[in-house]
Design a protein. Structure first.
Length: 284
């Protein structure tokens, strides 16, 4: 039977505060198969620890393991899972139940509390996730957007760095408009993905983005019961709520956006490499 070691950690910059998870999965020979660092929004340390546990167990199951050893530097989580401590927090109870459900899918499970020093790689990944910016830099295939042959569609490649992020792509879309040479017309921005969307909202105050993300997390929690079994059902729902395209008028070679408006690529299942398609249609 294949055995996996899943090292987990959660970190929150404040309690609650911006939080992240770190997971390292290795096989029985010590070969690292997977490392995960994800930003999970605003959370407490304990909630981040449980989110890391759930994420790690889900990934181990996807990799085909049925024998798993969990290592964590959280005494509270380890003793709660072992039944030595009771779970008293209402916010942790559903996560605790989901973790137990996932653990029941394994044939053999052990959970060990270790020192932070012995868990330093998962700790590092969790800290990276907690510190991940909500508005990271985009990575493009080239300095200029690619134009598709025989069309006015241009493709922008975006690499995201956290599970949930809103990325301001206004400048990049404006560059497409400028390169098209169209003075007046319509710009269509389309996201060809099922777990990412697009929206227009304020880009002056970053708290607006955080409020939207937090509201979506409350409306569509990741740990709710879904029929879709891939672990990203909430991502599909959130993307549908945001929508997959926006249209903006072009006036005098510029996007006719309001003073505080920006175009946001909405990632709900990152980190990933994504595409945004932009079409400029001349006015008549």
């Amino acid at each position: 039977m294949k055995r996996a070691t899943v090292a987990i950690d959660g970190a929150a910059k404040g309690n609650p505060g911006p939080a992240g998870v770190g997971i390292v999965i290795a096989d029985e020979t010590g070969n690292v198969l997977c490392e995960i660092s994800e930003h999970i929004g605003i959370a407490t340390n304990n909630l981040a620890e449980y989110t890391a546990l759930i994420r790690g167990l889900e990934e181990a199951l996807k990799l085909g393991f049925r024998d798993v050893e969990i290592t964590t530097d959280s005494e509270l989580l380890a003793k709660q899972i072992k039944g030595e401590y009771r779970v008293r927090s209402e916010s942790i109870t559903p996560l605790f139940s989901k973790a137990l459900d996932l653990l029941s899918k394994f044939e053999h499970v052990s959970i060990n509390q270790v020192s932070r020093e012995r868990n330093k790689q998962a700790d590092k990944l969790a800290t990276m996730g907690a510190e991940a910016s909500l508005q990271p830099r985009l990575t493009f295939d080239s300095a200029k957007p690619k134009k598709e042959a025989g069309s006015m569609i241009q493709r922008i490649s975006v690499r995201t760095s956290a599970r949930t992020e809103f990325v301001d792509i206004t400048r990049e879309v404006q560059d497409v408009v400028k390169s098209s040479g169209v003075s007046d017309g319509l710009c269509i921005v389309y996201v060809p993905h099922t777990t990412a969307g697009i929206t227009i909202n304020e880009n002056a105050d970053p708290d607006v983005v955080r409020d939207i993300i937090d509201t979506l997390e409350r409306l569509v929690p990741r740990d709710a019961r879904y029929r879709h079994i891939e672990g990203n059902a909430d991502s599909h729902v959130k993307a549908s709520l945001m929508g997959f395209s926006v249209s903006v008028f072009i006036e005098n070679c510029r996007l006719a956006l309001g003073t505080w408006q920006g175009i946001y690529f909405c990632e709900f299942d990152g980190p990933r490499s994504r595409n945004v398609l932009v079409q400029v249609i001349p006015g008549r």
